[in-house]
Design a protein around this ligand. Structure first.
Ligand code: SF4
Length: 407
């Protein structure tokens, strides 16, 4: 693992802001202390956010340590996770994002399309395995039946009425609008009536059209992404927020994206969490064509989680590590750099795996608990909205002796 001498568990766990602050430059120290005093990243100017985003050496070390301390004061020592099943219902897609190794053309020998019955079956299985959520996203095949996304929701809810449907990226929502001719607000309300609970805030990548143009010419624009998300929030459909990093973007674009999410959150309050998604380069056209670097470095993984914790403090208070993309060790370090959520158990995660991720397709609740206890923190299974937490009893694998708390 490349990185600096402080990028290890022991140092991150045993260092406090009080220990490190003397080594930090005056402007970085001043910015961090403003957030520590208020627990609100909104007190930072854009220039101060950029200063933290560009920090290196001792300044970055101090930023990471401070983020961990701010995390502790904002959300305590719980590291949560959700028991979820991913259902990628088709890999056929016409959009052609250059960072995507999942999608294929309709005549590719690996092309698949799950029927509604198969999806119902997967939902029932997920419920039997203890999942509280299904996360449904897929490619965008041409000539999809206009109301197919509605029909998927009906299938999910008829098979498993209590299952939380976390479904459809903003890109899929724009496609649904195109297929049905309905205005976005009516379309989202119609899906909500048919069982849509929350939206994954994916397809954000970097919300800058110059970068988006390189990643995919057919992708929705930054303004369209914002419109879908804000309209969903206004309709009572909450969402996550995401950012893909480690490809061709700049630190300034990280800051712009985080400040944009703060701005949206101050109007709608609809974001549940922020998830930095590390770019997995191996099998992608973007990397093969020399248009991107080979993913984030170790210090960048820590920096993005720390920066998000500090800039989003008081606005989006749950920062998730994407264990599928980061793997176990870097996930554990990122949870010491400001993050507080392990994401989903994810039975059958296809998208990162096909791009070259080796972190696996499934982590059990018991494995999450073991990893979290190993960090000296408190494991808790949560619901999608972070409003209900179940604390497994010490020594259990999550199935007995649990204590549930509704926030
Ligand atoms: S990221 Fe999504 S929209 Fe883009 S090519 Fe892959 S499946 Fe299609």
């Amino acid at each position: 693992m490349q990185g600096l001498s402080w990028c290890n568990r022991q140092t991150l766990q045993n260092t406090t802001w009080e220990d490190v602050q003397r080594r930090v430059s005056a402007p970085v120290k001043a910015a961090i202390e403003k957030v520590m005093a208020s627990l609100d990243g909104g007190v930072l100017s854009r220039d101060e956010c950029l200063l933290l985003a560009n920090s290196e050496g001792d300044d970055l070390f101090g930023t990471v340590i401070a983020a961990n301390q701010i995390r502790h004061r904002l959300v305590g020592d719980v590291i949560s996770y959700v028991v979820t099943r991913n259902i990628n219902f088709t890999n056929v897609c016409f959009v052609g994002c250059k960072f995507c190794a999942f999608s294929v053309g309709p005549r590719d020998e690996t092309a698949y399309f799950l029927s509604l019955e198969e999806m119902e079956h997967k939902c029932r299985e997920a419920e039997e395995w203890g999942a509280t959520e299904v996360c449904i996203q897929g490619g965008l095949p041409r000539n999809l039946p206009p109301f197919y996304y509605r029909d998927i929701l009906r299938a999910v809810k008829s098979a498993t009425p209590k299952m939380h449907a976390h479904a459809f990226s903003p890109m899929e929502m724009v496609y649904g609008v195109e297929l049905t001719g309905m205005p976005i607000r009516e379309y989202l309300l119609m899906l909500k009536e048919n069982g849509l609970d929350t939206l994954p805030g994916t397809a954000a990548e970097i919300l800058d059209d110059n970068v988006r143009h390189v990643l995919s010419r057919n992708k929705l624009t930054a303004a369209q992404w914002r419109e879908v998300i804000e309209t969903a929030h206004q309709c009572g459909i909450r969402s996550t927020s995401t950012m893909m990093y480690g490809h061709s973007e700049s630190y300034e674009q990280w800051v712009n994206q985080m400040l944009l999410f703060r701005e949206i959150q101050s109007c709608t309050g609809g974001f549940t969490e922020f998830v930095p998604l590390g770019f997995i380069h191996d099998n992608t056209l973007l990397f093969a064509q020399g248009l991107a670097r080979d993913g984030g470095t170790l210090t960048e993984h820590l920096k993005v989680h720390a920066l998000a914790r500090i800039v989003l403090a008081g606005s989006i208070n749950h920062i998730q590590v994407s264990w599928v993309k980061l793997g176990r060790e870097i996930s554990q370090l990122s949870l010491l750099a400001g993050a507080d959520d392990y994401g989903g158990t994810l039975f059958e995660e296809n998208i990162s795996r096909l791009a070259g991720s080796t972190a696996g397709q499934y982590t059990s609740a018991a494995e999450f608990q073991e990893r979290i206890l190993d960090l000296g923190r408190v494991p808790a299974q949560r619901n999608t909205l972070y409003t209900q937490y179940t604390y497994p009893a010490a020594g259990s694998a999550g199935s007995s002796g649990e204590k549930t708390q509704v926030a």
